[in-house]
Write a protein of this length. Sequence first.
Length: 111
Amino acid sequence: MIRSIVATWALAGCVDDGGPRLETVTPSMSARGSMVTITGRRLCGESGNCSTAGGEVQLGLQLPVVTANVIEYSDTTAVIVIPQVTSVGPTELVVTVNERSSNTLDFEVLP
């Protein structure tokens, strides 16, 4: 019985909720002020309509969280500029669209 409950819970955690999904960030480390390209799926939400999607790209999961400056945005690609106020060191990138957050991608801000 316990195995069945654990297996069901584990599979439920893998269900795709329709939110944005990040695949790569290029480059994976960069200095403040530089441009970075993020690729993924559903970056404009389930509808794929970027003109009506409300979203942002953030660096960090712990305070201080910084919102990136978005230069280009489509349903599969976002080009951002790393803000000057971003802390140097390892962090994560996350996209939130229509109140649904993506998985994270590891990123490092160089001095």
